[in-house]
Design a protein around this ligand. Structure first.
Ligand code: MN
Length: 308
């Protein structure tokens, strides 16, 4: 490889970008606690808690497939280093989800996450619907104490209702003391919520549209300052123009450009984990949604690496 093409040939040799897309970005398999990787990806193909269109169980598959579009940059724009020079990442594949058993899935995902956290790993998880964030928050809070939440979404997910509902997971997390509401922030909201009693700071979709990313980032950093932060990204935070393939799309959302601009600047947040949920590829004509998701995750990994 010559110096000129050092930044654009991710894969050694002549392997085609679209060949053997078993893992996100072609990262190696996670081989258990002895594995040197610092960040570990897991797919959770579960969508029994969705209230709108189903299909998020195929999200992990679609995000991994779409990541093949991102393989050719060794040094991803606009970052100025090679991700794997600072952060070793492995892909643990998909969690085995028992068909029709939301209760067992919840236990299995929490156990899986707890085992990774005990091994000192940084978790990045692909949904699945947004319910999967609840067992992930349980595992993180058990390991690290109550967390600040940076939550990108069209919906507050703080609704009243049953346990296995992707729109109630945050109310449950709050009741269980997993997150610190006064240190948490929701970004891109554009659906009804009780403003008088809402426990979180909201940067709604109109504010996100009108405010420069740097100012939004400053607000996020002030709210979460000093706290360990978990980042949950519901792909429906993005406008359906950018991410149509999702269970409960809402127009008037955030652009991919703005979301990436915000994400890349969260450098002073003490991030401990991330999930990317609600990619439902069965509804998609092309892979634009999964590509947005794959790109957001890759930029998140760069963000973590930049702090090393
Ligand atoms: Mn949502």
């Amino acid at each position: 490889m010559t110096d000129e093409n050092r930044v654009v040939n991710h894969r050694a040799g002549n392997e085609p970008l679209f060949g053997n897309v078993a893992h996100f970005m072609g990262f190696p398999s996670y081989e258990g606690a002895g594995c040197a990787a610092e960040a570990v990806i897991t797919g959770v193909p579960f969508d029994l808690a969705t209230t709108g269109r189903p299909g998020a169980r195929l999200g992990p598959w679609a995000i991994r497939q779409a990541s093949s579009n991102l393989l050719w940059e060794t040094v991803r724009w606009p970052w100025e280093f090679e991700l794997t020079s600072k952060l070793e990442v492995a892909d643990a594949g998909d969690l085995q989800v028992p068909p029709g058993d939301a209760s067992r899935l919840t236990e299995q995902l929490e156990q899986h996450a707890s085992a990774l956290l005990s091994a000192g790993k940084h978790l990045v998880t692909f949904g699945g619907d947004h319910f999967i964030t609840l067992p992930l928050l349980r595992a993180h809070a058990r390991s690290l104490g109550p967390l600040a939440l940076i939550h990108f979404d069209a919906h507050t997910d703080n609704y009243r209702g049953g346990l296995y509902d992707h729109g109630t997971f945050l109310a449950t997390a709050l009741r269980e003391g997993l997150i610190l509401p006064e240190r948490s922030v929701q970004i891109g909201i554009r659906t009804a919520y009780d403003k008088l009693h809402h426990p979180f700071t909201v940067l709604d979709a109109l504010q996100v549209d009108k405010t420069p990313a740097a100012a939004l980032v400053q607000t996020i950093q002030e709210i979460t300052a000093g706290q360990l932060c978990y980042l949950s990204f519901d792909i429906d935070c993005l406008d359906p123009a950018f991410a149509p393939s999702t269970g409960t799309p809402v127009v008037g959302g955030v652009s991919t450009t703005k979301a990436l601009e915000i994400l890349r600047q969260l450098t002073s947040c003490r991030l401990v984990g991330m999930d990317l949920v609600e990619v439902a590829p069965a509804t998609q004509q092309v892979d634009v949604t999964a590509l947005a998701a794959a790109t957001l995750v890759l930029d998140y990994l760069y963000l973590v690496a930049a702090g090393r």
